[in-house]
Design a binder for this molecule. Sequence first.
Ligand code: NDP
Length: 345
Amino acid sequence: TRVLLTGGSGFIAAHTLDILLEHGHSVVTTVRTQEKADKIKESYKSYVDKGQLGFAIVPDIAQPEAFEKAVVSDPPFEAVLHTASPFHFNVTDVQKDLIDPAVIGTTGILKSIKKSAPSVRSVVITSSFAAIVDGSKGFWPGHAYSEEDWNPMTQEQAQENPMMGYRASKTFAERAAWEFVKKEQPNFSISTINPPMVFGPIVHPLDSLESMNTSNQRILSAAQGKFKDEIPPSGVHLWVDVRDVALAHVAALEKPEAANKRFFVTAGYFSNREMCQIIKKNFPEFKDLPSDSTAGGDYPEGTPDKGLYSYNNKRSVDILEQFVQFYYKTFDDNRPGLASLYKEN
Ligand code: NDP
């Protein structure tokens, strides 16, 4: 399949690119600068040489016409994976820095596909658990989150702080995508992948440790000894391996049953405290890790079985299952997932 992948320089997109190429798809990926394209090229020289990987420069997805040129290719695209969206809390203006690129990026690419890429049949959008979770319910014991849930956040709440702004950006962008399909009845289906905290190995080019993507930053902070005196709250208590998220994106475009569905992809629970314990066990050379008596970072009642929402990921396991090779399915048996991640990397 001929695929357009947006945001190829990102943490999740880089893994997705790997899998698309391994599965034999022909890919054009968008990045913001030629320099970023050149860096990716270095790692994929053989694919570039045989014409299986190309690049398009899209500097700012917040521009409504950003994707006008990128969606047109020869041979034409049959599928689009839209992953690009800001995920950081380093913002001065929630609307301009987070919500606009998320919402305009998503509606802009859908409009451009409808207008200029009639051969596209399937569009997969990286949404988030942020578009599912209802923060006002706190730990919501007794509730099982699933694709049925929608974050009820309003424009006003979005402005409260960057974290709320990020959750809103994902919620509004996903909502806008489903509304577009309903109203415009395009020739293509959409699917959304809604992961909670994504952890895992880095395969994209990193300029410095400080430019580590947002979700992996806490692992870095823990390893650097920043949680020694107190472990910060975990925020969301659900996670998924980045390689499973990438596989889910590719599965969603390969499997016709995935059309017009949301997919809540999670491997299960985690806490910052568990994360620190796992690092400690597997990397005794890190000396400044929290000790058993360090406060914080735990589940609300010390265990995920009590006082905390649960999850229902049946749809993604059923429909995307055959592609899920890493920790997704095994996590619930003895919970080896997060631990094996640290061991391998
Ligand atoms: P990254 O920050 O690594 O990736 C974000 C990508 O979006 C980068 O390629 C970035 O380009 C691009 N981007 C951001 N803003 C713009 C813009 N205005 N114009 C053009 N490109 C832009 O993070 P992730 O890989 O984690 O995130 C990828 C997607 O996954 C996002 O949609 C995010 O919301 C979603 N997600 C991530 C989760 C996680 O825990 N990591 C959880 C749930 C969803 P550049 O680097 O050049 O700025």
